[in-house]
Design a protein around this ligand. Sequence first.
Ligand code: ARG
Length: 599
Amino acid sequence: MEIENKIVSAVVLGIKTLYGQDIAPETVQLQKTKKEFAGHLTLVVFPFLKISRKKPEDTAQELGHFLKTEIPSVVADFNAVKGFLNLVIAPASWIGLLTDIHQDAQFGLTEATDLSPLVMIEYSSPNTNKPLHLGHVRNNLLGCALANIMAANGNRVVKTNIVNDRGIHICKSMLAWLKYGNGATPESTGIKGDHLIGDYYVAFDKHYKEQIKELMEEGMSEEEAKNEAPLIKEAREMLVKWENNDPEVRALWRKMNEWVYAGFDVTYKALGVSFDKIYYESETYLEGKEKVLEGLDKGLFFRKEDGSVWADLTPEGLDEKLLLRSDGTSVYMTQDIGTAKLRFRDYPIDKMIYVVGNEQNYHFQVLSILLDKLGFEWGKDLVHFSYGMVELPNGKMKSREGTVVDADDLVAEMIGSARKMSEDKINKLTDLGEDEANEIARIVGLGALKYFILKVDARKNMLFNPAESIDFNGNTGPFIQYTYARIRSILRKASEAGISIPETLSAQTDLSEKEISLIQMLADFPNVVKQAGSDYNPSCIANYCYDLVKEYNQFYHDFSILHEEDENKKTFRLVLSAEISKIIRTGMGLLGIEVPERM
Ligand code: ARG
């Protein structure tokens, strides 16, 4: 920020003038002044004591005097506490800073150019045998927020998804549908396609368990029964047919996957999640096989007696890793190698980020080594954005499967609660039409869900508490959204009263410490965005928004805006409010959270 740059230059000049030495600007450390002292920015003078050869306090005093004389428009006053020089910044500088923010619609955001690094972010990555659940919700929200944050840091971003659309699990759903489905379709039943398929996956499991039980009653061991049950054998046969391109099996597979994708699309749309490029495991696993065989030829991997192919990772301190089974079929890792190959072919990737739960930490550690061995430039530094589990407080909102929280149910439930809350509210927005009320409920319900999940450090396990998340008080999405709507309402009233918002502000305005603190917080936004990007940490944006809103609400409580008599102050407070609302919208936007104009 402008203010800091001016101080840094003046300090460099001050050291030269007072003590005759040149210093590098990087050695000048400024920090926010601690609450207990007067001032806004604090210069740490300890690094300069060797040069000044004076006591910390004296050095601070001398530098303080120098700054106050040299840049009076910036440094209005100072006080020295040991080696800390607390600087009081002149009101005009804060007003100048707010004006800069006001005139920059993209404040805090860095646009990418054709030369910017290309970051590919993979998230979601569901299997096609069941609908999305709460774990996927966390995954999708984190992935989307991360994509926005990387883009805001000047990267070119490609959002991608790898759908696991083949394998024994999908054969189980297909088989159960053939046996028990009587030709049911999403149209004939009115059931969303992904839920329909999920229902047959559950049906398979139920019948399979019955068969196991029967076989065990006939004297088989559990392991044997699991292996010998007719249903599982049929499913395996189906998988072989699928791999051999059996036309009937493939046609059924395509049909049922289409149902699932149509269902996923509805969920993604509801969540506000999208992708630039979707990969399918059915199209990548053979590529993976090829790549592994290539590696085998190059001596990177080895073959065991039974014909299976392995990577020896013992030199890396890991174990041996299976890449192709003895029958030549591929495993999960093979698919990921194939997907990497296609992605690299399609895009000049500089950085690859995989948003995948922490139960796969080992998988990605191995993948990174394998990709590196296979010559993928980004392999070694691939980022596994590893996140923790999310659960509901006991027993609530369980889905049909009994243990998993369904994403669609969850979203519907959140929007329903938001709708109910606004109906119960005392100061209802009575002039709202049905459509607008629904739209606000959608924004608020989703905002509650998204914010509650994103404010938590991604690595931590968490409980999603629906009731807490939608509370209008506290560190919640609706609290922030409400403050946004309140500011927008003030701005509407101002405009109705014919008060326009100017491009620039009068420098002759007195500011309170609260107002200065708000400008200082606004000015910090670009740093927060940078930090979120370099740490891959959406939660720091969330917590910043909360702190900003909390501070603004105190200001709103203590100061009048439209009723302020002093015109300069009134205008200043309107601009300040408008900029707060802009940064709330931008910050929440980075998290994929919308903000309502009224609420
Ligand atoms: N479909 C996998 C699962 O449900 C997750 C895939 C994660 N991404 C990857 N590139 N391996 O466990």
